[in-house]
Write a protein that binds this ligand. Structure first.
Ligand code: AHM
Ligand code: MG
Length: 335
């Protein structure tokens, strides 16, 4: 009998991949990422069943960011928290949905920052959402310090994207790998090993509805991307899903640049940016850089920023190295 050509006979499972990690954090990272994966399987199922189970809509509360919380935000937060608590590897959690960092006391000593449902505005329209996670080793300087470690302290990071397929994108030091959930087996299977971001793309992603709030540097950069120049592949095409995970994932695979810049002073309310440094920008930046990409505020490398608070916001420009560098040229007025 010939092998089924549609099936990958030798595909590696996430569990096996985690078992083969090396280095001083191998055991802790394997435990934390394994827990994230099992929470993701539950979240994927809950998302698919949400309308049937009456779990769409708002929870009637507002989170620490002042944003309306959805029922699924809270449910997913608890799913991730419980999965991490069961490992004993995580001692401190920082979540978008928890006002204060949560001390779990796990002996493993890892700090896990996460956004349980990223792109929550897509929840009630059956749009793509994600879960983002960032793993750091404790600094030894206490939980207050550990709740605000810079992105360079990350020992692993990644995200889960709940699209037509559920995929988990992971970097744990060596490379960026994409695993796809095989629902029949309840296992993540390695489907794209060693992903590299193209040096340049032809796509930009930004909420154009915020044009009136942009700083001139961003306005100039976007105007440049939209101008015709056949030699440099312009105009770029626009894509915006309203979910960082979905919008960044396109850049990871096909190249281009995603921007959620800080509003110009006096122009809008998000003068520090919208996205949260610890559980949105920093993990996405680690994935991007490990894949050969670049992540910047426009003037500074995301991974080197010291968070002012657990829920600090930041301006984020991420994607292909040449596209992000060009955006930085606009900020530096070199262009
Ligand atoms: P959330 O974590 O509350 O969902 O907010 C983060 C999301 C990102 O996924 C996305 O890039 C951005 O907010 C979209 O914001 P906007 O609706 O302002 O374009
Ligand atoms: Mg969220």
């Amino acid at each position: 009998m010939s092998a089924d050509p549609g099936r990958r006979p030798e595909a590696e499972l996430l569990t096996r991949h985690l078992g083969r990690l090396g280095g001083p954090h191998a055991t802790g990272v394997a435990a934390v990422v394994g827990a994230m994966a099992s929470a993701a399987v539950r979240i994927a199922d809950a998302l698919a069943r949400a309308a049937v189970d009456g779990r769409t809509g708002g929870a009637g509360t507002v989170n620490v960011q002042g944003e309306a919380v959805k029922k699924l935000d809270l449910w997913a937060n608890d799913a991730v928290r419980d999965a991490l608590a069961a490992t004993g590897a995580a001692y401190l959690l920082v979540s978008e949905e928890m006002e204060a960092p949560l001390e779990l006391g796990g002996a493993g000593g890892y700090v896990v920052c996460f956004d349980p449902v990223d792109g929550s505005s897509n929840l009630d329209i059956n749009g793509v959402v994600g879960t983002i996670f960032s793993v750091r080793a404790r600094s030894g300087r206490g939980p207050e310090r550990d709740a605000v470690l810079p992105g360079t302290a990350q020992v692993a990071a990644g995200y889960v994207m709940y699209g037509p397929a559920t995929q988990l994108v992971l970097t744990a030091g060596a490379g960026v790998h994409v695993f796809t959930l095989d629902r029949a087996r309840g296992e993540f299977v390695l489907t794209q090993p060693g992903v590299r971001i193209p040096a340049r793309g032809r796509t930009y992603s930004i909420n154009e509805g915020n044009t009136a709030h942009w700083v001139p540097e961003v306005a100039g950069f976007v105007r440049h991307l939209k101008a015709i120049d056949v030699a440099s592949g312009r105009p770029y095409t626009a894509r915006y899903a309203g979910s960082l995970v979905a919008d960044f994932h396109r850049m990871l695979l096909e190249g281009g640049v995603f921007l959620y810049p800080a509003d110009a002073a006096g122009q809008g309310k998000l003068t520090s940016g919208k996205l949260r440094l610890q559980y949105e920008a920093a993990p996405i930046a680690l994935v991007a850089e490990t894949a050969g990409g670049r992540a910047s505020t426009g003037t500074r490398r995301i991974l080197e920023l010291e968070p002012a608070s657990p829920h600090a916001r930041v301006s984020l420009i991420v994607g292909s190295p040449e596209d992000v560098a060009l955006a930085e040229d606009f900020y530096a007025q070199r262009h």
